[in-house]
Structure formats: C-alpha cells, structure tokens
Write a protein that binds this ligand. Structure first.
Ligand code: GTP
Ligand code: MG
Ligand code: ZN
Length: 395
C-alpha cells in the first residue's frame, strides 16, 4: 500500500480542508435529510446496490486518520485488493450523525464507496478519492472510551474473527490478569482468542519463572485456548514449528493483534510476510519499556494468508455488557455453574450456596483466574461498583 508522506498529513490537519469541514458540520447541524439510502449510514450489505458502470464499489477500511481514511477495494468479501487504495471521506450529510462515536469508520469496516467528484476532493493527494456512502453493520468490534471525550466511544477495529493476545514473558513482564481481561473481551465479543507469549528466550532470566509460566500455559490450554510461545526476533523464527502453527491459525481469518507496546506484535506480524513491513523499535536491552512504534491500527495482508490488524497498545477496552451473568459466561470454567447457584443472580463473591466458590475451594477453579474475575466484577481502579471499562494496567 502506498501512502503519502507524513508531512502531507501534518500540514493537512491544520489546513483549510479542516476548517471547511468544521464549517460544514456546523451548518448541517440539526437538518434532517432523506436521501437515497433513507439517510442511513449503516446499511446491511444485502441492501447495497452496486450497479455495473456506476463506479460504486465495496471496500474495506484499512487505516483511519483524524479526518480521512484509507480504503481498499474488496469486491468479493474476504479478498481485499490491497494495491487498490483510495483516500476516503464521509459525505456531509452523514457528518452530524453518530456523534456518540469518535469516528465514523474504523479499521476493518466494510463500506460502500463512490468516487469523489471534482468539487468533492478533500485534498491534493495522489491517491484516487472516494466518499463512504454506507457502512455495513459491524459483526464484532473492539472499542475503548475516547480518552479526550470520555462520553464517546472509540471503536478501534471491527469485523475481526480472532483476537491475538500478545504478551512477552519478560521486558515487559507478562501480566496474567491482563491476559484474562483480553480473553474476557474476546469471549464477550464472540471472537476466538489466541494467546501469544513472546520473548521465550528470556524465560530463564529469573529463577522459578519458567515453571510458573508453564503452569499457567497448561491451564489456558486445558480451558481450550491456543497458546503459542515464540521468539520473534530469533534468526530462524520464520521456520520455527510454532510460527508455522500460528501461520495456519491466521490463514483465512482477520485477526486483531493486541498487547502492550514493546511485546513484539510487529516483530511477530513481520514473520508472516505482510505486504507492508511494520516498524520495529530496535532495542534489545532487557528492561526495555517499549515505545509506541505502531501509532495507528492498520489492516495488513499476510503473504502466508489471512489479514492482521496490528493495533497500537491501548490502556483500556470497553466491555459490551457488564452484568455478573455475562461476566461469568466470559470465564469458560465458570460457565457450567451459570444459573445453578442458590441465588439466580449470584455474583459468586460471598453468596451462600455458590457453586463457583465451592469449585474455588476444591481447587477446580484456579485462584488467579478467580482473582481476575473479581477484579473485573468489582473494578480494580478504585471506582465504586462494577467498572464498564476493561482496564489494562501498564507494565
Ligand atoms: N528478547 C527478545 N526481544 C524481542 C523478541 N521479539 C521482539 N523483540 C524486541 O522487542 C522490541 C519491541 O518489538 P516490537 O515488535 O516493536 O513490539 P510491538 O509490540 O510492535 O510494539 P508497539 O508497536 O510499540 O506496540 C524490539 O526491540 C524487538 O526487537 C523476542 O522474542 N525476544
Ligand atoms: Mg508495533
Ligand atoms: Zn455463585
């Protein structure tokens, strides 16, 4: 994918284009408009009317910037033509809607686009330009609260089939509670989670560490999760059997890569011959804290098959629902007890006749997994009551 140089964006963000959009937005405020798709922005794909010769095309959002997005044509769902990139903007008539969300589209969205007319060109980009006429309802979504405007949500990516939870054993140190939270997020969205533990080479840096890690990995596997332990920066990493297993798991799917900065997400993605090689901060010192080398979520096509959304590290995600019943469902080992405790609405904290607490007592549920459950139920951030936010602590 070719991309205009960064300077283009820096200048453009402050330019007349931005003012133009702001003015338009003000003017359009409050107007109701009935248009072709009945003024709707979200329209199921079954209603998309793509007539031959009209120029209208289906596309995938591959990168989102403040006021623009890049989209790639995707005539057949699942086959993104990553060399057919357009600079896309949102038509004026849609700009007033959906203000509960920070952006109109996110990486992974399926959109219906129309080439821009001469008077609709948003900038002097070399790329062809188009307008996003409609957005297909999102099958799955990963969202957080907008750090700038907390009442709004920021959807980071959509329509992923899998969530790769990437952590490193050391530097930064693995946080098992964080892994659990990502698993809950995936379960909550109905996305298949993959656990990737990177920097295997550092396992013996701390005595007793390996044994503890192996115990936890064994439990995750027993719970039915796929766990991949790897060393992405090793010389033969591409040929490593684990790399090959992971490549097979990514094939034919869209997978979001999530995890703290510096754990090796980009290094791992680069093993699968992505069309666009990701920048990796070169610093192999132990104690490396990580810097945000990946600043935008981007949609990458893998040479080995499948697509990856390499997301920048974020502090917290939103859980779709936060009832104890829903949360219990997200911990797979607690599912058998759903609705079977004495109290139907049991939170499994101190209620008499609680089967989850019994299972904890008898060692059927691991204490550290239960601790993750409690943390999410009661909130670990000091706020009262349950937290809606899936907080992700910094290492
Ligand atoms: N020791 C060791 N270092 C690794 C391994 N994999 C990657 N690294 C190093 O870890 C650092 C961070 O790697 P990245 O791939 O940039 O991490 P990232 O998760 O993409 O980071 P952000 O883009 O900031 O979110 C780099 O210096 C890599 O060379 C590994 O298996 N072992
Ligand atoms: Mg990265
Ligand atoms: Zn209970």
């Amino acid at each position: 994918m070719s991309k205009p140089p960064n300077r283009f964006w820096d200048e453009d963000e402050n330019s007349e284009t931005f003012e133009k959009f702001t003015k338009i937005r003000k003017r359009e405020k409050g107007k109701s408009r009935a248009t072709d798709l009945a003024g709707r922005f979200e329209v199921p794909e079954s209603e998309w009317d793509i007539q031959e010769g009209s120029g209208i095309f289906a596309a995938r959002v591959v990168e989102v910037h403040k006021r623009y997005a890049f989209v790639s044509a995707e005539p057949v769902p699942g086959t993104v033509k990553t060399n057919d990139v357009w600079l896309a903007t949102i038509p004026r008539r849609h700009l007033t809607a959906r203000r509960e969300q920070r952006n109109f589209v996110c990486v992974g969205d399926r959109v219906l686009c129309r080439p821009a007319r001469e008077d609709e060109l948003a900038s002097t980009s070399e790329l062809p330009q188009c307008l996003v006429e409609a957005l297909a309802p999102r099958r799955t979504r990963l969202a957080r609260l907008d750090p700038m405007t907390p009442e709004r949500e920021h959807v980071l990516c959509s329509n992923v089939d899998q969530l790769a939870v990437v952590v490193s054993f050391l530097s930064p140190l693995v946080k098992w509670g964080l892994v659990d939270r990502y698993l809950v997020l995936a379960e909550s969205e109905g996305i298949r989670p993959l656990i990737i533990l990177n920097k295997r080479d550092l396992l013996d840096e701390v005595s007793g560490f390996r044994a503890k890690c192996e115990e936890r990995i064994a439990l995750y596997r027993a719970l039915g999760y796929d766990v991949f332990t790897m060393q992405a920066n090793a010389k033969g990493a591409v040929r490593d059997p684990v790399t090959k297993q992971l490549a097979a798991a990514l094939k034919g799917k869209i997978t979001a890569f999530s995890g703290h900065s510096g754990v090796g997400k980009s290094s791992i993605v680069n093993l699968f011959k992505p069309e666009l090689v990701q920048a990796v901060e070169l610093n192999d010192k132990i104690g490396y804290k990580g810097r945000h080398t990946t600043s935008y979520a981007s949609f990458l096509k893998l040479g080995s098959g499948g697509y990856v959304i390499d997301t920048p590290g974020v502090r917290s995600f939103l859980l779709r629902e936060d009832s104890p019943i829903h949360l219990t469902h997200c911990f797979v080992e607690m599912r058998p007890f759903l609705g079977k405790c004495t109290f139907r609405e049991c939170r499994h904290v101190e209620e008499p006749g609680c089967l989850v607490l019994e299972a904890l007592e008898s060692g059927k549920i691991a204490p550290w997994r239960y601790k993750s459950y409690l943390g999410l139920l009661l909130g670990t951030t000091g706020r009262q009551g349950r937290t809606r936010d899936l907080e992700v602590e910094e290492p």
